[in-house]
Design a protein. Structure first.
Length: 317
């Protein structure tokens, strides 16, 4: 049953959000609270990487908690006329079938959608900043005072970019109910271009839906499709590009230094060994990002009803 697929998608997002929140919370507690004294806490947060990681974990924790609570924060009441627009032949897409756990209001949906977007985008920006910081330290040998200056720009980007993007989306009333979580979609969902795209222009069903969206309801999030591209998809792929470039630069730097190590003194070799450890740490960290954040971002960006298994078997006339 397709209805079960919708419920399964919501539960999967909750499970992923739950474990992601536990992981991020564990790191925050270990760095800030599980310490013997203030001096140990200061040592835990001494490096630029440590502070960026702390901020990233806090952002991820906020987004993950909202993913976990997401299905319950969706509006309990459907938009007027939305179920009728889908039609009796598409009861599987009626509001209660799409959102069986919904128990919130539009306000709770908007707030959770805002926090999910800010948290995920801040995590994405901070991940790019961490990759760049590795390059600055290993390839360009920036000192700690120089890294503190760069850190200010990193933090500013992690705050300004998510908030400014979110303000634009809020002005369009673009945070609305999707499967399992409030994301950047139109309300009613049937009026979102990605959902309407399940039917070719000119078919009876598409004409009926277009008529409903244009004449019978005030559509919120009219620019949702554009904003998903500009404010989520592009930042994620830009971050992936930055990571790839930074990893290649780090690999080339460490490889070149290894070839020259035999010519240097023991003290210099120790410094190069430290840089190699930083390189290995960066590889492990970025790998964790690719394995956790990217799948969640893909679910967030491309989670639409027309992608549900079995939709191709529905009469679209």
């Amino acid at each position: 049953m397709i209805e079960n697929n919708f419920l399964t998608a919501a539960i999967v997002s909750q499970v992923v959000g739950f474990f992601s929140a536990i992981g991020s919370g564990y790191i925050v507690i270990g760095m800030v609270f599980r310490v013997d004294d203030a001096q140990e806490r200061k040592r835990n947060l001494h490096r630029t990487f440590d502070r960026l990681l702390l901020c990233l974990c806090l952002a991820d924790f906020v987004a993950s908690v909202c993913f976990f609570l997401g299905p319950w924060l969706l509006p309990a009441e459907p938009p007027p006329g939305a179920d009728e627009a889908w039609g009796e032949d598409l009861e599987i897409y009626h509001y209660d079938a799409l959102h069986p756990q919904a128990a919130g209001t539009q306000a709770t949906c908007t707030i959770s959608g805002l926090l999910v977007h800010v948290g995920m985008l801040a995590s994405t920006v901070l991940t790019a900043c961490i990759a760049i910081s590795f390059v600055l330290q290993v390839t360009f040998r920036w000192s700690e005072p120089s890294m503190r200056i760069a850190e200010r720009f990193f933090m500013a980007a992690a705050i300004v970019i998510p908030l400014s993007f979110s303000i634009v989306i809020l002005a369009d009333k673009g945070f609305n109910a999707n499967i399992g979580v409030c994301t950047i979609v139109s309300r009613p969902l049937v009026c979102d271009p990605a959902a309407k795209g399940s039917w070719d222009p000119g078919t009876d069903k598409r004409i009926a839906i277009d008529d409903y969206c244009e004449n019978d309801v005030v559509v919120a999030g009219q620019h949702a499709e554009l904003y998903r591209l500009l404010f989520m998809a592009i930042p994620v792929f830009v971050t992936l590009g930055i990571i790839i470039v930074c990893m290649l630069m780090l690999f080339w730097t460490v490889r070149t230094q290894e070839l020259r190590t035999a010519q240097w003194s023991a003290r210099t070799r120790n410094a190069r060994a430290m840089q190699k450890r930083v390189f290995i740490k960066s590889i492990l960290y970025i790998g964790a990002y690719l394995a956790s954040i990217v799948p969640m971002a893909v679910f967030y960006i491309f989670n639409f009803p027309e992608l549900a298994p079995g939709v191709e078997n529905i009469d679209r006339k």
